[in-house]
Design a protein around this ligand. Structure first.
Ligand code: MRU
Length: 373
């Protein structure tokens, strides 16, 4: 296991293959920041459970894990007589692991299509692995470009403020842990930090699983980026007092018209940003677009997760990770995991191809190839 102090986006990824290429290794994100543990995924069931239980999470990483899952299915299909049928069934199971992030379906379909082209089982295994690895490297490259494109926005604010601190608010974790390297929302942040721009990040804790206070804070801390964890409800207050210059979040699924599904609470940040004239940007690779959808509110499936994620909170106490009940024993809870921010509240989309408005027209212009999808 790598030493924690060496961990940063340049040194380690949240996912990699074992040397014998038979096991997917992932950082178990449920335990961070208190424990750094590597989980081993050896079967399609392991992959599905890891995605369901948020051992791996974040739209691009879910896609990448699922892509490797198809490769594991091909490995397991070796001795099955009708391996194409087996593969198709396994892919269906993988796709059902979580409903909101479109990257999951996108990645599985891509790897499956390449795998089915091969005639022999060894050919299928090779094709699945090649395509999964291609997806990984493309996501890394795309996140890097998102960083380069988004950097200009932060640099411009810094210039306008005479190099005073640029305050960026982010929600959930859209960092390298959620992707493979750089992250989406964090990519411009890391790029600005590397350029020496004075930045500070307000990190929404992001109840109930606290991806902000656990994961984003951990990532930023490891990189030395100034940050402060705030409650999910603090953003509006900070914006009213001029303490936020820009909001940058990620996306699990964005329609071709620019409606954005992201972690629950994103919409409220967008409303507060609009009321206070704070620019609200969404950083996403093209794998997070759902080219088939036009109306995010009506069409994007919103995941309902276990109510116990709300009723209990997990923390670190006397050397152990503990879970404690924070509601009355008998109170029910409803765990809506994502919400949809309508395109009209989004200032712009930061993609690997550049920044565009969240409109069908501008998105089409930036991704003309999507018309044929
Ligand atoms: O439930 P999670 O942790 O998978 O949700 C993750 C998010 O909402 C991220 O903001 C989103 O996937 C964008 S990741 C680059």
């Amino acid at each position: 296991m790598p030493k924690q102090e060496k961990i940063c986006s340049k040194h380690i990824r949240p996912i990699w293959l074992s040397q014998n290429l038979k096991v997917i290794k992932v950082i178990d994100q449920r335990l961070l920041p208190h424990r750094f543990m590597v989980a081993e995924l050896k079967s399609v069931d392991d992959v599905i459970n890891a995605i369901k239980e948020t051992c791996v999470r974040g739209a691009p990483l879910i896609g990448v894990t699922a892509a490797y899952g198809v490769y594991l299915a091909a490995l397991n299909a070796e001795d099955k007589p009708a391996s194409n049928d087996f593969l198709i069934k396994e892919c269906k199971r993988i796709k059902s692991a979580r409903p909101t992030a479109i990257n999951l379906t996108w990645a599985v379909d891509k790897v499956l299509a390449e795998t089915l082209k091969a005639k022999t089982s060894s050919g299928k295994i090779k094709a699945a692995l090649n395509e999964a690895e291609r997806i990984v490297e493309t996501e890394v490259e795309n996140c890097k470009k998102i960083g380069e494109n988004g950097l200009n926005l932060i640099a411009e604010i810094s210039r306008r403020k005479d190099n005073q601190t640029v305050n960026i608010l982010t929600h959930c974790n859209a960092g390298w842990l959620a992707c493979v390297e750089y992250g989406t929302a964090t990519a411009p942040i890391y790029a600005a930090f590397e350029k020496g721009i004075d930045i500070h990040v307000w990190v929404d804790e992001t109840r109930p699983l606290n991806q902000g206070s656990r994961l984003t804070a951990w990532e930023l801390g490891k990189q030395g980026v100034k940050h402060t964890v705030i409650t999910d409800n603090a953003g509006g207050h900070l914006m009213q007092h001029g303490m936020v210059d820009i909001v940058i979040v990620g996306s699990d699924r964005t329609t071709r018209t620019g409606d954005v599904a992201n972690k629950i609470g994103t919409y409220l940040k967008a409303l507060a940003a609009r009321d206070n004239n704070v620019p609200f940007y969404v950083a996403l690779p093209s794998s997070a677009f759902d080219w088939n959808l036009k109306d995010g509110l009506k069409e994007i499936p919103i995941e309902m997760r276990d109510p116990d994620e709300i009723r209990y909170v997990q923390g670190f106490d006397q050397g152990a990770i503990k879970s404690v009940l924070i509601t009355p024993e008998s109170s029910p809870a409803a765990n809506f995991a994502f919400d949809v921010t309508p395109a009209r509240l989004v200032t712009g989309l930061i993609t690997e191809k550049g920044i565009c408005k969240a409109t069908e027209h501008d998105i089409n212009n930036m991704f003309p190839e999507s018309k044929s999808t």
